[in-house]
Design a protein around this ligand. Structure first.
Ligand code: NAD
Ligand code: UFG
Length: 331
């Protein structure tokens, strides 16, 4: 299939491009590079030895997107393009609602105009809010604590309503848990600018000596060691989950958790990172971070049953590959 990948130069998008190319699909990447670099597209070509068509466009720009659709016979879209920083979304709600919602609606209009009926969307486990674990797809969604999370809930709703009236549309809402790690080549991975918000990029910066120590947000949660528990998933497993979803997509709206089903605490992740890479990570326990939940992990049975997809990599690989990318990365 010819797949349009919005946000394909970003962290999860670029890994998914590799998995798509390796599965025999052709890809067209549309990204405005607001949080990524054009050289990532070259790395995708280098890793796969395949062609990638790249458009540096903003997906909110109707004319620019129309040009892309008119130039290619697109069979399906995977929509990664969006702003994703939880904290920044509280500071800049308008930018987040505008970018994430308008990009999705403009993309849906283009799909309708050009008869593209397969749509895969990057949602997030954040839509479950503080439900009981494990999170199951059928659960009633609870409010998230920030505009970023609300954009995910709203976009899920928009796509569901569209699919209700356009019954030949096939929509997959993929709820990612905590993507970490990097491609095995060490050539692409997650490289946030400045001080990272997320745990793994923070750990690798401490490991490289770019930050002095890790601040662990709270050790008084009702968990194995008091620190927050998350379902970390290797980004290449997430990438392969998209290929599985695309291949199995049938009409209607299908929601899948992309997680491992295993919870890991902050301290467990830090320990594993230290052991796997033989590097000490100095840390200090500080106050809880506002908006954090104690425990988050997936029920993965639906994706396994319906997509035949399960994760192949564990936290050892996640720690190893994150560090390999970080040691390689110059930027
Ligand atoms: P990322 O920032 O690395 O990738 C997003 C890409 O979209 C970037 O390359 C950015 O330049 C591009 N982009 C943003 N707005 C755009 C626009 N209007 N037009 C064109 N391009 C635009 O983020 P990521 O971690 O790869 O996340 C991809 C998607 O997955 C996002 O929608 C994110 O919300 C979702 N997600 C991420 C996580 C996570 O922890 N990384 C968890 C759950 C869901
Ligand atoms: N943590 C620290 N110190 C840090 C960073 C994080 O102790 O410097 C802790 C957090 O308190 C939490 C765990 O590490 O317990 C994971 O935190 P992340 O910020 O890495 O991830 P979150 O689970 O908070 O959020 C991530 C994405 C969201 C997405 C969500 C889905 O950032 O976009 O997973 O579950 F919605």
């Amino acid at each position: 299939m010819n797949i349009l990948v919005t946000g394909g130069a970003g962290y999860i998008g670029s890994h998914t491009c590799i998995a798509l190319l390796e599965a025999g699909h052709k890809i067209i990447v549309a990204d405005n590079l607001c949080n990524s670099k054009a050289e990532t597209v070259d790395k995708i070509k280098q890793i796969t030895n395949k062609e990638v068509t790249f458009y540096q466009i903003d997906v909110t720009d109707e004319k620019a997107l129309d040009y892309v659709f008119s130039n290619h016979s697109i069979d399906g879209v995977i929509h990664f393009a969006g702003l994703k920083s939880v904290g920044e979304s509280v500071e800049k709600p308008l930018e987040y609602y505008y970018n994430n919602l308008v990009a999705t609606m403009v993309l849906c209009k283009a799909c309708r105009n050009y008869g593209v009926k397969k749509f895969v969307f990057s949602s997030s486990a954040t839509v479950y809010g503080d439900n009981r674990v494990p999170f199951e797809e059928a659960m009633k969604l609870l409010p998230t604590t920030n505009p970023y999370g609300e954009t995910k809930t709203m976009i899920e709703r928009i796509l569901t309503d569209i699919a209700k009236v356009s019954q030949d549309w096939s929509v997959a809402l993929l709820r990612y848990f905590n993507p970490v790690g990097a491609h095995e080549s060490g050539l692409i991975g997650e490289a946030p600018n400045g001080v990272p918000n997320n745990l793994m990029p923070y750990i690798t910066k401490v490991a490289k000596g770019e930050l002095e120590k890790l601040y662990i947000f709270g050790d008084d949660y009702p968990t194995v060691d008091g620190t927050g528990v998350r379902d970390y998933i290797h980004v290449m497993d997430i990438a392969e989950g998209h290929v599985a979803a695309l291949d199995k997509l049938t009409s209607g709206v299908h929601i899948y958790n992309l997680g491992t089903g295993e919870g890991t605490s902050v301290l467990q992740l830090v320990k594993t990172f230290e052991e796997v890479n033989n590097i000490e990570i100095p840390y200090e326990i500080v106050e809880r971070r506002t908006g954090d939940i104690a425990i988050c992990y997936a029920d993965t049975s639906k994706a396994k049953k319906e997509l035949g997809w399960t994760t192949k990599r564990g936290i050892v690989e996640m720690c190893r590959d994150s560090w390999a990318f970080k040691t390689n990365y110059k930027g």
